[in-house]
Design a protein around this ligand. Structure first.
Ligand SMILES: Cc1ncc(COP(=O)(O)O)c(C=O)c1O
Length: 404
């Protein structure tokens, strides 16, 4: 039970200290209890917390404008134009799915154009729409049937795109880097093929950057290195946007915005001045080039450490994946004993996909903290792998618990 946080550390109820390589599942990019953020919470809480969406407030406009400005300046989503502000990642995707459906109806009023395409091993959330786009039996099965009209394809399968995305498709949703699914990076060819096919059939392309976005890859958005010809129509974000305070956002192009009228979609809490003021501050910090360069430098510190671990445990580590500070170590066996041994030694770490250790620390982490964590991880692997040597290597887990 965690009771206190500061920077990259957490303390539990028994005052044990933990180095946090999870950042609240890729949320606390600025670390825990960033002092300026704490100050702003106090200031805004004394000024105005909530008014509902019946009235404008200064911060929803300022946040939307900053998101659009920073996005365009970063070389991503070149035609970003308007923002819907909500309270979580699932809600941001729910809005994206609804917007795609509405665009489909406008483009083809007979209602045929209603299918949403997503990909195996994706995670888009747990509301019925976002869950229907998350083809993982573990999450879907207890709550079936899913919403009709969802189709699933194979991630990075360029050849399959043509058959998957058809005239019936109104939207395609994809993570440029799959987080929960195992830190799988989309190829440029795959995202370009999706964009081209969406253009051909008149479907909306949605990039879910809820986990991989907001400078976690060293660029504001994970798709920033793509040419404008592969940019999305809709981008969803949440997690780090509030550094722990609940907020999500769905950014759209002018073309999409024109299809959505006031009252089509809404939320009582979404866009409240407190969340928006915080997100405005957080975006200005996370879009700092110095912070972004630091992310790439720290990636190298992690990668060097992973090389050492691979040399030490060649049988256990199959592959390193990811970019910036969203990294995955593909293991050959169930990582849960390693996670437990690490926690017992003061390091918090999570899993994802199938037998993958996931590294999504605060972006402000120092090299010393990374080395400290990797040292603990080595000890944990030593203990867990030697213990499991007898029986642990057999029977790989089908779908390792993702720590969620
Ligand atoms: C890529 C992605 N999309 C959507 C979500 C759902 O976000 P939330 O849990 O805030 O609803 C997550 C959460 O892990 C995510 O990683």
């Amino acid at each position: 039970m965690m009771v206190k946080g500061q920077g990259c550390y957490l303390w539990d109820i028994e005052n044990r200290k933990y180095l946090d390589f999870t950042a609240g599942i890729a949320v606390n990019a600025l670390g825990h209890c960033d002092p300026e953020m704490s100050k702003l919470i106090g200031q805004q809480a004394r000024t105005l917390i909530h008014t509902s969406n019946l009235y404008h407030n200064p911060w929803i406009g300022a946040l939307s404008q900053l998101l659009v400005q920073k996005t365009c300046a970063s070389g991503s989503m070149s035609s970003a134009s308007k923002v819907f502000v909500c309270n979580s990642g699932s809600e941001a995707n729910e809005a994206a799915i609804k917007f795609a459906r509405k665009v489909g109806k406008i483009r083809q009023p007979d209602g045929e154009k209603h299918e949403i395409v997503s990909f195996n091993n994706s995670f888009h959330g747990r509301t019925m729409g976002s869950l229907s786009a998350t083809p993982n039996p573990k999450y879907q099965k207890p709550f079936g049937p899913m919403i009709p009209g969802f189709r699933y394809g194979t991630y990075n399968d360029v050849e399959g795109v043509r058959e998957l995305v058809t005239e019936k498709t109104c939207g395609v949703i994809v993570e440029p880097i799959q987080g929960e699914g195992g830190v799988n990076v989309a190829t440029v060819e795959f995202l370009q093929a999706l964009r081209d096919r969406c253009n051909e059939v008149g479907a909306v392309l949605v990039y879910d950057e809820i986990q991989c976005g907001l400078s976690r890859t060293g660029q504001l958005w994970a798709h920033a290195s793509l040419p404008p010809s592969a940019h999305p129509d809709i981008l969803t974000t949440a997690k780090a946007l509030g550094n722990g305070f609940p907020i999500g956002a769905t950014m759209v192009t002018e073309e999409i915005a024109e299809c959505i009228v006031t009252g089509d979609h809404g939320t009582t809490f979404g866009g409240n001045p407190l969340a928006c003021r915080l997100a405005h501050y957080i975006i200005s910090r996370l879009s700092d080039p110095e912070l972004q360069n630091g992310v790439l430098e720290k990636e190298q510190t992690f990668r060097k450490g992973f090389e050492r671990l691979q040399n030490r445990f060649p049988e256990a580590i199959k592959e390193v994946r990811g970019k910036g500070l969203i990294l995955g170590l593909q293991l050959t066996q169930n990582p849960t004993p390693i996670v437990t041994a690490a926690r017992e030694r003061g390091l918090l770490i999570i899993t994802c996909g199938t037998n993958t250790l996931r590294f999504v620390p605060p972006l402000i982490i120092s090299d010393e903290e990374i080395e400290e964590g990797l040292g603990i991880l080595e000890q944990a692997m030593d203990v867990a792998l030697n213990q499991s040597g007898v029986e642990g290597t057999k029977g790989q887990q089908e779908m390792a618990p993702t720590g969620r």
